[in-house]
Design a protein around this ligand. Structure first.
Ligand SMILES: *Cc1c(COP(=O)(O)O)cnc(C)c1O
Length: 397
């Protein structure tokens, strides 16, 4: 089972996305095969014994590994430049496993406050129930990181750009402080995608993805992934995963493998479309706030563009007039769908205060800029002129 992909590490990204880690069965199929099986058979009882005592490396059960899932993991590891990857059943399974596999009661976790709703739940509510001390801070504030990491910590968790407020964190600076405090840095890289931002090159230790978003990109399957060093993935994450079972379905892994083939093209087009839509929104007077990392008006535009090769496809804005005005705009759209997903070929819009972030207390929402008029737009692959016309008409209602 151990395969050497060292020459594929020298391929360019586009080639890795299409061909990386492809393993063909005895039937020499062109496209990746889907191994939709839970178990495996052994030619002898001795072989089964050796598979379980570790002297023989082979597939034993799909809760542990599966050939199609392994192909997806190896391709993702190649494009991320990580030693190892394990795929899981959702982005949230990835976030939870990446933290729970390494933290114990009494440990300290420092996290940025601007997080996806469920990430906030894990850091602020769930982990503290197990005796993990969590500190949530303003991730844009260097001094806040400095203060929080003046004491020893075991883990740091952050999203950059954050969901949905598009806050950008200086990943390199935070990693330096975190490592001095003894912490492992976990970066949720969902908004930037593996195409636009490489946190491992900035010092991050562990990367997590929701593959549900751009990696699938066409709204079909849930999935996630955790990437890092062999030591982290094999020693810490793998035993946690084996025994708790957040395994990815081989069917979903197969869909993601096909999604990876077009990821670079799609993400760059998504980003180009979003740039056009953001330029239009910047001219609209109904908006009291507009956030897009590609606009010079974004408070951290320079930092964002030094960390990402393109600004991505998510735009956030605030409609003047609060919740009623925001709902009016959402309800008037004819092309853009109301949906809490993102990274899809279809443009999707949502009102975080009443959906993805409704669990947060109003004070917590206020701290990360999620006001009642705030909406998040995931720009898709339609013609951006049609999206602009749709938004323009809806903003006039
Ligand atoms: C969607 C999302 C997740 C969770 O992913 P699921 O696949 O829905 O579980 C985690 N982090 C961020 C930043 C997300 O946008």
């Amino acid at each position: 089972m151990p395969v050497d992909y060292s020459d594929q590490r020298r391929w360019s990204l586009e080639t890795q996305l299409v061909r990386g880690a492809t393993e063909r069965s005895q039937f020499s199929e062109t496209s990746e095969a889907m191994f939709l099986n839970s178990g495996y058979v052994y030619s002898s009882a001795e072989e089964a014994e050796n598979a379980f005592n570790g002297t023989l490396e082979r597939f034993v059960y799909s809760r542990f590994r599966n050939p199609t899932v392994a192909m997806f993991e190896r391709r993702l590891a190649l494009i991320e430049g990580a030693e190892e990857c394990r795929a899981v059943a959702s982005g949230m399974a990835a976030v939870f496993a990446s933290l729970a596999c390494q933290l114990s009661a009494g440990d300290r976790l420092v996290s940025s406050r601007a997080l996806f709703g469920s990430c906030h739940y894990i850091c602020a509510e769930l982990l503290p129930r197990f005796g993990i001390k969590t500190e949530l801070i303003d991730g844009r504030d260097h001094d806040a990181w400095k203060n929080a990491l003046a004491k020893p910590a075991q883990a740091v968790f952050l999203e950059s750009p954050s969901n949905p407020g598009l806050e950008v964190i200086d990943i390199r600076a935070v990693c330096d402080l975190a490592h001095k405090a003894g912490a492992t840095v976990v970066v949720d890289n969902v908004f930037a995608t593996p195409v636009l931002q490489k946190p491992l090159t900035m010092g991050a230790d562990v990367i997590v993805y929701s593959a549900t978003k751009h990696i699938d990109g066409q709204g079909r399957c849930l999935g996630g992934a955790v990437l890092g060093t062999k030591q982290f993935i094999v020693d810490k994450l793998t035993p946690f995963m084996r025994h708790t079972g957040p395994s990815l379905s081989p069917f979903n892994a197969w869909v993601f493998l096909k999604g990876l083939e077009t990821l670079d093209m799609r993400v760059r087009q998504h980003s180009a479309n979003a740039t056009k839509v953001a330029a239009y929104l910047a001219t609209n007077r109904r908006l009291s706030k507009l956030l897009y990392p590609g606009l010079p008006s974004h408070p951290q535009h320079n930092l964002a563009m030094s960390q990402m090769s393109a600004p991505g496809n998510v735009i956030a804005f605030e409609v003047d007039g609060g919740k009623a005005a925001a709902f009016k705009v959402l309800n008037a759209l004819k092309i853009i769908d109301i949906s809490n997903n993102l990274g899809d070929a279809k443009s999707l819009i949502c009102h975080p205060a009443t959906t993805t972030h409704q669990r947060l207390k109003p004070e917590e929402r206020a701290l990360v800029g999620i006001t009642d008029g705030f909406v998040r737009l995931s720009v898709g692959l339609e013609n951006p002129d049609d999206l602009i016309a749709d938004l323009d008409a809806a903003l006039k209602v």
